[in-house]
Design a protein around this ligand. Structure first.
Ligand code: PMP
Ligand code: GLN
Length: 404
C-alpha cells in the first residue's frame, strides 16, 4: 500500500528513495497554502486560531532566555516526565515510572515515527483503521513495514457513528502482523472507539501477541458525554502498549510540537533509541510550559471540551444549512460531509479545489486518508475543522450558505 497525499502522483524527483515513492506534499500544507493564496477561511488543517491558556504560555515566555534554551535531557526534562506520569494517572488510572516509562518527543508525529522505526522489522505488518491519519502510512513505509487497513464505515443515517466490521478486523490480523495502530478519538472521522470495539482489539492483541501503538492526541476533545478510554487500560494491555499523546490539541499550541509516549520500560527504551537519532531533543522552553499545562485542574480539560463542542455544533448546523449531510463527530476538531448533493460528480477533491472560488473556504478531501486501492471509499467525503474563533466560524458558515 502507498500513501495518502494530495499530489501523490506528481513525485518526479529522481532522488527520492523508493520507499517514499508516492508520498507527495502533505495535504495539510497544500490546503493551507491554497487558503493563503485565495484569501479563504482555512477549515482544512486542524489548528486553533485562538491562544492556549495563559498559565501555560506565561511559563514558556519566562523560560526563554534561561538555561531552558539549551539541550534538555534526552528523555525530556524530569518536571515534564513527572507531569506526564501524573496526568496519565489522573485521567487513565495507569501508573508509569517517569524515569523509565515516559519519553518526551517532537510532537506525536515523531513519537509515531520513532515507534515504527524501532519496533518494526522490514515486512512486518501494521493493522490500522482507514481513513488513516496521513503520517502513519509514511512512517510505516520508512520503517519498511506494510500497512493493513481495516475500513471504518460511515453510519447509514445521520445520528449514527463510524464503525468497523469485526470480521474485517479479524481477517486483517495474520501471522505477519506485528503491531496494532489505534487512533481513538479518530482523525478524520471524529469517532471514539466503544467498549466493545476496544474489547475486540484487546482480545486480538492478546491472542496474536501483538504490540499496540495508541494515538490519543484528541484524548480531551470528546463531546456529549462520550468517554475516551485508553486501550492500554484493558486487562493485559499495558504491558504491550505504547501510548502516544501531545500538547498541541490539549493546550491549543500545535506549533510547539511537544509530544510524549508512555509504556513499559523495554518498549520505551526501544522507541528512545530511534528518537535520540531523529531529533535527540526539542522544545526546551516549551517543556516546562507543557508540564504546567498538564497540572491544570480537571475543570480546564472539561472546559476545553465544552468550548469545542459548542464550535462543533455551530459548524455542523452551518454545514447542514448549506445542504451538506454531516455526521456530528463525537470528538476531535473535525466534521466529515458527503458532497454528492452539491458536487454532481461526487468528487471531493474537485469540490475542495473549487471551494475557495465557490465559497471562500478551504477544506480537506478525505480521499487522501485512504490507500489508493480504497480511494473510492472516501472519494465523496470532505473534512472541515471547527477549531476556529466565533467570528471566523460564523463567517465561514455564512459563506458556505452560497453552496445551498
Ligand atoms: N496524530 C493525529 C491523529 C493527529 O491528528 C495529529 C495532528 N495533530 C498528530 C498525530 C500529530 O501531532 P503533533 O502535532 O503533536 O505531532
Ligand atoms: N493533525 C492536523 C490535521 O489533521 C494537521 C497536522 C499536519 O499538518 N501535519 O489537520
Amino acid at each position: 500500500m502507498r500513501r495518502a497525499t494530495w499530489n501523490a502522483d506528481d513525485v518526479t524527483t529522481p532522488y527520492l528513495a523508493s520507499r517514499l515513492h508516492g508520498f507527495g506534499t502533505t495535504v495539510f500544507a497544500e490546503m493551507s497554502a491554497l487558503a493563503v493564496a485565495t484569501g479563504s477561511i482555512n477549515l482544512g488543517q486542524g489548528f486553533p486560531d485562538y491562544p492556549g491558556p495563559p498559565e501555560v504560555l506565561d511559563v514558556a515566555r519566562a523560560a526563554i532566555g534561561t538555561g531552558a534554551d539549551q539541550y534538555p535531557p534526552g528523555p525530556g526534562i524530569p518536571e515534564l516526565r513527572a507531569a506526564v506520569a501524573a496526568h496519565q494517572r489522573r485521567f487513565s488510572g495507569l501508573s508509569y515510572d517517569p524515569d523509565t516509562e515516559v519519553l518526551v518527543t517532537a510532537g506525536a508525529t515523531e513519537a509515531l515515527a520513532a515507534a515504527m522505526l524501532s519496533l518494526l522489522e522490514p515486512g512486518d505488518e501494521v493493522v490500522l483503521f482507514e481513513p488513516i491519519y496521513d503520517s502513519y502510512s509514511a512512517s510505516i513505509a520508512m520503517a519498511g513495514g506494510v500497512a493493513r487497513p481495516v475500513p471504518l464505515h460511515p453510519p447509514a443515517a445521520e445520528g449514527g457513528r463510524w464503525t468497523f466490521d469485526p470480521a474485517d478486523l479479524r481477517a486483517a490480523v495474520t501471522p505477519r502482523t506485528r503491531l496494532l495502530l489505534v487512533n481513538s478519538p479518530h482523525n478524520p472521522t471524529g469517532t471514539v472507539l466503544s467498549a466493545e470495539e476496544l474489547d475486540l482489539l484487546a482480545e486480538l492483541a492478546g491472542a496474536h501477541d501483538l504490540l499496540v501503538l495508541t494515538d490519543e492526541v484528541y484524548e480531551h476533545l470528546v463531546f456529549d458525554g462520550a468517554r475516551h478510554v485508553s486501550l492500554a487500560t484493558l486487562p493485559g494491555m499495558r504491558e504491550r502498549t505504547v501510548v502516544v499523546s501531545s500538547a498541541g490539541k490539549t493546550f491549543n499550541v500545535t506549533g510547539w510540537k511537544v509530544g510524549w509516549i508512555c509504556g513499559p520500560a523495554p518498549l520505551v527504551a526501544a522507541v528512545r533509541t530511534a528518537k535520540q537519532f531523529l531529533t535527540y531533543v526539542n522544545a526546551g522552553p516549551f517543556q516546562p510550559a507543557v508540564a504546567a499545562g498538564l497540572r491544570l485542574p480537571d475543570e480546564y480539560f472539561a472546559g476545553l471540551a465544552r468550548d469545542l463542542q459548542y464550535r462543533r455544533d455551530v459548524l455542523v448546523r452551518g454545514l447542514r444549512d448549506a445542504g451538506l449531510p454531516v455526521v456530528s463527530p463525537e470528538a476531535t476538531y473535525f466534521a466529515t460531509v458527503d458532497v454528492r448533493g452539491v458536487q454532481p460528480d461526487g468528487d471531493g477533491l474537485a469540490f475542495c479545489r473549487a471551494l475557495p472560488g465557490r465559497a471562500g473556504v478551504v477544506a480537506v478531501p478525505s480521499g487522501v486518508f485512504y490507500a489508493p486501492e480504497h480511494a473510492h471509499l472516501g472519494r465523496h467525503l470532505v473534512r472541515f475543522a471547527f477549531c476556529k474563533s466565533d467570528d471566523v466560524l460564523g463567517e465561514a458558515v455564512e459563506r458556505l450558505r452560497r453552496l445551498a
